[in-house]
Ligand binder design. Sequence first.
Ligand SMILES: [Zn+2]
Length: 121
Amino acid sequence: MDKKKLKAYHDRLITERNALLGVVGRNEDYGREADIEATQDPADKASNSYTKELLFSQSTNDRIILTQIDEALERIEDDEYGICLNCNKEIGAKRLEALPWVRYCIECQDQYEKGLLNNEE
Ligand SMILES: [Zn+2]
């Protein structure tokens, strides 16, 4: 992959990473605040724990993407970016533009989602 393209993906990954870090931080703050503001009303308590669960699952997703972004940044460093981790073929440019942190090409992603890939860490 040429350096210009690589730099563009790198910049996008950094931007996404910062955005996600902001989101994760805010959600954690909000979770703590919701805790402090909790009242003794059982209905309020229920909606409070629901909100916390929702925030938790959101930030879990964010963390997964953050990990994948970090891995993608490492692959840029190692000059392995844009190569499918399973079949070592180049991942399509359109796919990388949509999701610059993807690990697999579209075929392998499909297998991964069906649980057919064996090389999960
Ligand atoms: Zn592949």
